[in-house]
Design a protein around this ligand. Structure first.
Ligand SMILES: NC(=O)c1ccc[n+]([C@@H]2O[C@H](COP(=O)([O-])OP(=O)(O)OC[C@H]3O[C@@H](n4cnc5c(N)ncnc54)[C@H](OP(=O)(O)O)[C@@H]3O)[C@@H](O)[C@H]2O)c1
Length: 498
């Protein structure tokens, strides 16, 4: 459950987002200038806020903050437009647009930002507009204000590149809301006649809907605008973005190391690069910002080696599992106190196409256990040793190495909700449990789902034969760019979306 402050929750995009959020169990502080316009729903707190009034902004945010304790997310959504030829715009209209769409929103962003920086995490979503890049005729002050807000947002994104406070700029195109009915319309005769003359030439060519104004209705056909829930889907995707991973690397890798006691399995060379480098690159490319490494066997040496290969910009934590000789469920449990939200889970000895991580993160349901599942049963290297899964559509029914009826293989890549830890605790027998025990426990409660990886490739590396096979595959994957080895930065996180 997240605590979210959202402006403009009485109508259009903001109303649709706020409704979705409370339905998903989040706690929402939603604003309007008129409290009567906010629906009365559980977990929905109505807040009066007028972006035209700086004092009301600070008072409203602080009052909501003391009620909430903290905010995980600020959604700067409220806004209004005007409709008038640029040369006839009064300075009051221009100033008002900048107060509502720039100064008021920056004030809110800064109020939220300093608290989020202190907490060390948070998400700010600014709803600007496609008009910041493609100006709409007769909305010059609106276009300019949106462009200013988009540019300010981009600057903050650069400054917070290494922070765990993320800033996203959502730039909707045409969405069917009350917006057009609420615009401030120029009423003087000069404005009416100029708009009527120019609308017939400018607006249709630009594909923009024309707003009927007093005594001067100018309508024409354009393609219908999208419904407000389109914006909602974009915004919710960012709220649920997974930025943290757990990598299990506590075992000794005895089948691969043979009698070599100094051998560290995650550092076995694969086409000349340490195995773990491929995994870390894939995580960085998928937008992971923090990795929790669970170490056990030769932990000090392992930590020293890992530190040398961590890509720039990736935060790392090392968690020691003193019971590393037990099963992998105990290794994951060692990370329980470090991970408070949904996270990506991977093993340190698996290779996989980048597309599998991207697919998993894109399609994961954050409050469920999501497993990347390989249904290409004929392509599994050692099917006897593989973890088998029985599913019904996307639901996981059973999991185990000894299943006789199964339709997929566990790839070792998961998105887990924090309650995996409770399930592992409950699954313990004589102080021990495996990851599969946790998956089984979640499957019994219908909380485990499979995400089919399709044609994508992955390989578990437990033996020298598996390693040789992986190198053959990898050579061709690298040639086709299915796997790319370079410590390049992520394209997710702080970004602009439309
Ligand atoms: N609809 C589109 O095609 C489109 C396209 C691109 C960008 N956008 C942007 O998306 C955001 C939401 O627009 P929408 O289409 O959902 O419009 P909408 O249906 O008119 O909703 C606007 C919301 O903003 C609030 N608001 C307006 N003026 C305010 C002020 N001075 N102080 C505080 N709140 C104010 C309104 O609340 P009260 O009136 O209850 O106070 C209402 O909840 C805006 O920033 C808009 O610029 C919309």
């Amino acid at each position: 459950m997240k605590r979210i402050f959202i402006t403009g929750a009485s109508s259009g995009i903001g109303l649709a987002i706020a409704k979705s959020l409370v339905t998903q169990g989040h706690e929402v502080w939603g604003t309007s200038r008129n409290l009567e316009r906010i629906p009365k729903m559980p977990r929905w707190h109505a807040v009066r806020l007028d972006l035209a009034d700086p004092l009301s902004i600070e008072a409203a945010f602080n009052a909501a903050l003391s009620e909430a304790g903290y905010f995980d997310v600020l959604i700067n959504n409220a806004g209004a437009g005007h409709f008038e030829p640029a040369e006839l715009l009064s300075m009051e209209t221009i100033e008002s647009q900048f107060q509502i769409l720039v100064f008021g929103q920056i004030q809110l962003m800064r109020l939220a930002l300093c608290r989020m920086q202190t907490r060390g995490e948070g998400l700010i979503i600014n709803v600007t507009s496609l008009a910041s890049r493609l100006p709409v005729p007769f909305m010059a002050a609106y276009n300019a204000a949106k462009a200013a807000m988009a540019s300010f947002t981009m600057s903050i994104q650069l400054e917070l590149a290494n922070s765990r406070v993320y800033v996203v700029d959502v730039q909707p195109g045409d969405i069917c809301t009350q917006f057009n009915h609420s615009v401030i319309k120029g009423t003087c005769c000069a404005a009416c006649s100029q708009i009527s003359q120019r609308c017939s030439s400018t607006a249709p060519n630009n594909g923009w809907r024309c707003i009927p104004i007093k005594n001067c209705a100018v309508d024409f056909q354009v393609s219908p605008a999208a419904r407000p829930n389109l914006g909602t889907q974009k915004v919710l995707r960012y709220m649920n973005a997974i930025s943290e991973a757990v990598v299990l690397m506590a075992g000794e890798g005895s089948r691969l190391r043979g009698s070599n006691k100094t051998f560290l399995k995650p550092f076995v060379p694969v086409l000349g690069n340490p195995l773990i480098s491929y995994i870390l690159d894939a995580l960085v490319r998928a937008g992971i910002k923090t990795v929790n490494f669970v170490v056990g066997y030769q932990s000090e040496r392992m930590i020293a080696h890992v530190k040398r290969v961590i890509p720039p910009g990736l935060d790392s934590r090392f968690i020691e599992n003193r019971d590393w000789q037990k099963q992998n469920g105990i290794s994951l449990l060692a990370a329980a106190s470090q991970v408070g939200r949904s996270f990506l889970l991977t093993m340190s000895d698996h290779l996989f196409d980048q597309s599998i991580v991207d697919l998993l993160l894109r399609n994961a349901t954050p409050d469920q256990l999501n497993l990347a599942l390989d249904r290409k049963l004929d392509s599994i290297f050692d099917v006897d040793d593989a973890m088998k899964v029985q599913t019904k559509e996307d639901r996981i029914l059973k999991i185990g190495k000894d299943l006789t009826v199964y339709d997929g293989i566990d790839t070792g890549l998961f998105v887990c909700p924090p309650d995996i830890f409770d399930h592992l605790e409950r699954a313990k027998r004589h102080g021990d449990c495996s990851l599969a025990d946790g998956v089984r426990s979640m499957a019994w409660e219908d909380k485990a789902r499979a995400i089919d990886i399709g044609d994508a490739w992955w390989q578990d590396i437990d033996t020298t034969a598996m390693l040789a096979c992986a190198e053959r595959q990898l050579r061709s994957r690298l040639a086709h760019h299915d796997i790319i080895l370079a410590n390049a930065g992520s394209d997710r996180g702080n970004r602009t979306e439309n």
